[in-house]
Write a protein that binds this ligand. Structure first.
Ligand code: F6P
Length: 304
């Protein structure tokens, strides 16, 4: 941090956005600092419980969820707090609700024991129980817990990255991040033997045109790599036995798709833009192809 550092709260203020939205994003950034501290305390213990999708939870998954829930629900204009860790949203009983928040508190937490990066993903929506689709998203952000803790957000006015400095403030690293038309890396989720022939052919053709494999198994660091390198493709396709794929629309895909579009890239399930996919249930899944335009368009050609 130096005298030229731009703090997140100042940047949000200068963006001229709604004061409550500003306060909400700032509150989530503070929750992110606590989660970052939680992870640095070597928090690897299994909780012995499962989340709403029958995945084993770590103590850290539960604690991250509680930190976010308590800090977000305490804001007196929040309607629902929905979490990937919980079957149903928590309804805050406030009089004049303005926003609902959907959160994946600790995405990729199975990587904690091998000391790889993990992240928190947040989507901010109008005060409804279930939005119709992702176009209603108001803001999205992720916090990446790697060697550095970074926060990347958009309110529909570009994509900006902040770094948590040792003094405890998020300071601006880059504003208005933009992807190029095409990139050089690919990040392919799912077991190859479960891929459909069309998806397999598409990935083989990326390899044949010299795309480099970059896959950690953590959605936040894998997507962040594509964004920060200026392009490339992350995919988690529909699989032979699970055509809806693995990743959740509300908790993971809408927020990243919004960020990606804001950065000049795009995201699709192969047929329609991710943000246009109708949301029918809270934990709905969808295939995803997300990144720079060239690769996403190419994926659509193979999957058509
Ligand atoms: O949603 C959880 C998650 O760990 C994502 O972070 C990641 O992209 C994906 O699952 C990895 O899945 P797989 O291990 O099947 O490649």
């Amino acid at each position: 941090m130096n005298h030229n550092s731009v703090f997140l709260r100042k940047f949000l203020y200068d963006e001229g956005i709604d004061a409550d939205l500003r306060r909400l994003i700032h509150t989530i950034s503070v929750a992110g600092k606590y989660i970052s501290a939680l992870l640095q305390a070597a928090n690897r213990k299994a909780a012995g419980t499962q989340n709403a999708s029958a995945e084993d939870q770590l103590e850290a998954d539960k604690q991250a969820d509680i930190i976010l829930r308590d800090m977000i629900v305490a804001l007196d204009y929040v309607y629902d707090y929905a979490s990937e860790e919980q079957a149903k949203p928590v309804r805050a009983q406030h009089k004049n609700p303005k926003f609902s928040v959907a959160v994946d508190p600790l995405d990729g937490s199975s990587l904690i024991d091998v000391n790889l990066a993990v992240g928190t993903i947040v989507g901010i929506y109008p005060a409804e129980e279930l939005v119709d689709n992702g176009r209603q998203i108001v803001a999205s952000l992720y916090i990446l817990y790697g060697p550095l803790t970074t926060l990347v957000y958009t309110t529909g006015k570009g994509v900006h990255e902040f770094v948590l400095c040792p003094e405890g403030e998020f300071v601006l690293a880059q504003s208005n991040i933009q992807m190029k038309e095409a990139g050089k890396i690919y990040s392919p989720g799912g077991l190859r033997t479960d891929w459909t022939p069309a998806h397999r052919q598409f990935i083989d053709d990326l390899i044949a045109t010299d795309y480099k494999l970059r896959y950690s198994g953590g959605l936040v660091p894998d997507f962040n790599q594509i964004l920060m390198k200026g392009g490339g493709l992350f995919s988690y396709p529909g699989l032979k036995d699970t055509p809806e794929g693995k990743l959740r629309l509300l908790f993971e895909l809408y927020p990243l798709a919004f960020l990606c579009e804001q950065a000049g890239g795009c995201a699709t399930d192969g047929l329609q833009p991710t943000l246009d996919i109708p949301l029918k249930k809270l934990h709905q899944r969808a295939p995803i192809y997300i990144g720079s335009r060239h690769e996403v368009e190419k994926a659509k050609d193979y999957l058509r």
